[in-house]
Structure formats: structure tokens, C-alpha cells
Design a protein around this ligand. Structure first.
Ligand SMILES: [Zn+2]
Length: 384
């Protein structure tokens, strides 16, 4: 489980990418800077001309909206927006949780217990969301927001809105204290909580955990169709949440990103880029040539395509083990290709396989999983 409203990372770009973006340095020559200064000057002249002439552009007398009406609409829009964000967070968490549990024995030592509930602290949101959170039922304190039915029992029934007061006797007052207190239960699989459901009321619950891969999934508010793994967490953009047609497709994306974490790709990529950076520095120091980070970038290319293909393969196993429909996986990449035709072409400098390569690779993996199911073999990837 994870609270929402983690610091949003700057995630940009329309092509799906998986490793955390590592900044590129653009070196401009002096004349390019001069050109830029000229363009900036031109922009301001055009802007002032626009402002001077645009004053006479209105032609009609519109009915004026009153300030209270605008304020009411603003709050309504914020409420809808926060509800949608929470809904998307919960969806990513739910699908992710199912994959994490079903894939626990693929995750080696990267496992912890989960207790099947999603907690929220409204203080982690921006000021505007905090102001209206109470109106959608999100009160202050750390609150239970969603519970998986398989973790519920008549003795330990959790409800949306329950305030978490204590974990194993340790006080909880915000998301940070909650995260701190729950580390022990994550390790041992037993959780005792003191909750408040109604004012003055206190409830004690005891939950048994289920083992799961220790990779959290969350949503960041960005429009590009993207997903990222940072070695521990997985981030999906709102653009990706809109793009996925079904939970099966969402499971495919999450499985892929979990696989990056499981296979330690980011760590390896960083090591390669560090080696490239050392070459860049050596060339700069000994040959006096500024490479503009060329070797740092080149160092990631030979392996990143392999990493992506590996993550597609292991990710499909993650989705299959959790019972999601994997047969639509090639079609997902077909849809991605239609939206992003640039990804259809092969490119020597690309860090991702082309979409046709991915679709065909996934078809082969589907056949492999199908054969294992028919032979009643464990659905486990072929690790070297
Ligand atoms: Zn990837």
C-alpha cells in the first residue's frame, strides 16, 4: 500500500519509456545563442503588437458569471479532479497488488507482506485539493481509502474513512509516521491497528499479511503516455492510465515495470552510463574535446533494448500469474504503434525495441506460457 500524493516526478515525452529519464545535455554554439537572442527579441515585438491590437477584438456582450458561481464551479472541478486521481491511484494499486502477490515467488528477496488496504493522508496533496478533500469524504489524518475483499473478515472489517491512530502501539498522525510504524508489520506479516470510525470510538483490528513483491505502483499527473521504474517504485502517468483499455492492459504495463525492478535494470544502466561518463571526461581532459555527453548516451544503447525485451518477457509472466489476459499483449503494442507511429520504425540509436519487434516477441512468450500451462508446469520465466 502507499499513500498517494508522493512528490510528482517530472515525466515528459510521448513515447513510452521505462527507465528513469536521465537528462541530455545540449551544447549550442555561439551563433545559435545569437540566433536565439534574435528570436527572443522578435517574440517580444510580436507579443506587444498582439496585445495592442487584441483589445478591439471583442464583438459580443456575454452574460457575466457571478464570482460565487465561478467559485462554486472551481470547487466542483477540483472535487471531480481529486476523485479521478484517487480512482486512478486505487486502480493502479489494486492491479499492482494482485500482480505483486501472485508474483511473490519470482521476486527472490524483494518481498514484503501486504495487508490489502490503501491509506491516504490529504496533507500530501496540494493546497487546492486539501481545501475540498473533506467534501469528497477525505478527512484529515491517515485514512483507509480502499480495502481488498480477500483481506476482510467479520472480525477485521475495515471501512473507507477509518482513521488509523496507532500501529503496534506506535502513534500515527501523518503519512510519514504511518510509513515508519508499518515497516515492522511489513517484515513479519502481522499488523495490529487502532482505528477511529466515529468520534470518540476506537476499534482494534488484527490483520494477517500476504507475501508480495516489494514494488509499489502509483500515478503521477502527467499527460504523456509513460511508465517508469526506479528500482523500487513504479510510476504511471495519467496519460498512460487513460491509454490502457482494460485492467489486462494495465497489468501488462505494471508487469513490465515490476520486471525492470526485479531484474535490476536501472542499477545496471547507471553503471554503464557511469562508464560512458568516464570516457567523456577522459576525452575532455586528455584530448581537450567536449563530447557533449556522447559516450554517456552511447553506453546505454547496446543493453537498453535487451533490457526492454527482458522486461516484456518477465512482465508477461507477472501478468499471467496474476490471472490477467495476456493474449491481448501484442494488440496493446499495435495500439501503441497507431498512437505513436514513430515507434514502428527501427532505429539504430533507439533505446527501445520497435513496436513490431515487441509484438512478435510477446507472441513467442505467450506460446511459451501456454505450453507450460498445458503441461501443468509452473508458470515461471526461464532465468539463465
Ligand atoms: Zn521498459
Amino acid at each position: 500500500m502507499r499513500g498517494i500524493g508522493e512528490k510528482n516526478k517530472a515525466l515528459t515525452g510521448d513515447r513510452p519509456s521505462c527507465q528513469a529519464s536521465i537528462g541530455r545535455t545540449f551544447h549550442r554554439r555561439e551563433e545559435e545563442f545569437r540566433q536565439m537572442r534574435f528570436s527572443t527579441g522578435f517574440f517580444w515585438v510580436a507579443f506587444v503588437a498582439f496585445v495592442l491590437t487584441s483589445g478591439c477584438a471583442t464583438r459580443v456582450r456575454r452574460p457575466a458569471g457571478s464570482d460565487p458561481a465561478i467559485e462554486m464551479e472551481r470547487r466542483e472541478q477540483l472535487k471531480l479532479s481529486l476523485s479521478l486521481l484517487l480512482e486512478r491511484q486505487v486502480r493502479a494499486w489494486k492491479v499492482g497488488n494482485r500482480i505483486r502477490r501472485a508474483g511473490a515467488n519470482l521476486c527472490a528477496n524483494d518481498v514484503r507482506y501486504t495487508f490489502g488496504f490503501f491509506a491516504v493522508d490529504r496533507q500530501t496533496f496540494g493546497k487546492e485539493y486539501r481545501e475540498i478533500a473533506g467534501e469528497i469524504g477525505l478527512e484529515s489524518g491517515v485514512r483507509i481509502w480502499e480495502v481488498l475483499p480477500e483481506f476482510q473478515s467479520p472480525e477485521t472489517e475495515l471501512k473507507r474513512g477509518d482513521e488509523i491512530l496507532e500501529i503496534d502501539g506506535e502513534a500515527v498522525w501523518d503519512l510519514r509516521s504511518f510509513e515508519r510504524a508499518i515497516q515492522g508489520p511489513f517484515e513479519i506479516g502481522q499488523l495490529r491497528m487502532k482505528l477511529r470510525r466515529t468520534p470518540g470510538d476506537e476499534i482494534f483490528v488484527h490483520l494477517d499479511g500476504a507475501l508480495a513483491c516489494d514494488y509499489r505502483a502509483g500515478v503521477v499527473e502527467k499527460d504523456g503516455v509513460n511508465a517508469f521504474a526506479d528500482g523500487k517504485n513504479v510510476f504511471l502517468t495519467t496519460g498512460m492510465m487513460r491509454f490502457v483499455d482494460s485492467d489486462d492492459e494495465l497489468a501488462l504495463v505494471l508487469g513490465h515495470e515490476f520486471a525492470h525492478n526485479r531484474l535490476g535494470h536501472l542499477r545496471q544502466m547507471r553503471a554503464q552510463m557511469l562508464a560512458g561518463l568516464l570516457v567523456d571526461l577522459a576525452v575532455a581532459v586528455f584530448a581537450g574535446v567536449d563530447t557533449g555527453g556522447l559516450f554517456t548516451q552511447l553506453a546505454r544503447i547496446p543493453f537498453s533494448e535487451e533490457f526492454e525485451a527482458e522486461a516484456d518477457y518477465v512482465g508477461l509472466y507477472f501478468a499471467a500469474r496474476a490471472g490477467y489476459d495476456i493474449y491481448m499483449a501484442p494488440n496493446f503494442w499495435r495500439r501503441m504503434a497507431v498512437e505513436h507511429p514513430g515507434s514502428i520504425r527501427e532505429n539504430m540509436m533507439a533505446t527501445h525495441p520497435s513496436t513490431p519487434e515487441r509484438a512478435v516477441g510477446l507472441q513467442k512468450s505467450i506460446a511459451e506460457i501456454e505450453a507450460k500451462r498445458i503441461d501443468d508446469q509452473p508458470v515461471i520465466p526461464e532465468f539463465k
